[in-house]
Design a protein around this ligand. Structure first.
Ligand code: 4NP
Length: 155
């Protein structure tokens, strides 16, 4: 059974699709499965934001076939690790957790780089285009740490 990792943001069109693509690119496909979801439902069924698709493509990662979906309570059982992009996502997801085990699966992704600091990945949706490059860089660094830990533990 592969180890399953879920990336979560608000819309599932900007940050978490990038995080999914980046982490998947760093892990062996036979042992790990990476997915993403949004806490909101506005973009269900849609492709990631074009700016995220372009930013990923510049880094040789194709996220264009991803489809937006909403986080669901069953995801707590399906996934082994749930990484959220910001404190608001953290509160929204943890609110739905019914057990301490489920709650403990939820981590702020940048705590992998800055332990205990609870730093947000900023939402680039309404910002400047270079916001996507900044987000990419943060997620790439965090996913390096995550991939090393996961491979050490499970591969
Ligand atoms: P994301 O960005 O959470 O990184 O996918 C957003 C995209 C869309 C919206 C909010 C955040 N929205 O409100 O439509």
């Amino acid at each position: 059974m592969p180890v399953k990792i879920l990336m979560v943001c608000l819309g599932n069109i900007c940050r978490s699709p990038l995080a999914e693509g980046i982490l998947a690119s760093k892990l062996p496909k036979d042992k790990f499965k990476v997915d993403s979801a949004g806490t909101g439902s506005w973009h269900v069924g849609r492709q990631p934001d074009e700016r995220s698709i372009i930013t990923a493509k510049k880094n040789n990662i194709d996220i264009s076939s991803q489809k937006g979906r909403q986080f669901a309570i069953r995801d707590f059982d399906t996934f082994d690790y749930i990484y959220v992009m910001d404190n608001s996502n953290y509160n929204d997801v943890v609110f739905l957790a019914k057990t301490p085990e489920h709650r403990n699966k939820v981590q702020l992704i940048l705590n992998e780089l800055f332990p205990g600091e609870n730093v947000d990945v900023p939402d680039p949706y309404y910002g400047l285009a270079n916001g996507f490059d900044k987000v990419y860089k943060m997620l790439d660094q965090a996913c390096d740490v995550i991939a090393h830990k996961l491979i050490e533990k499970h591969a």
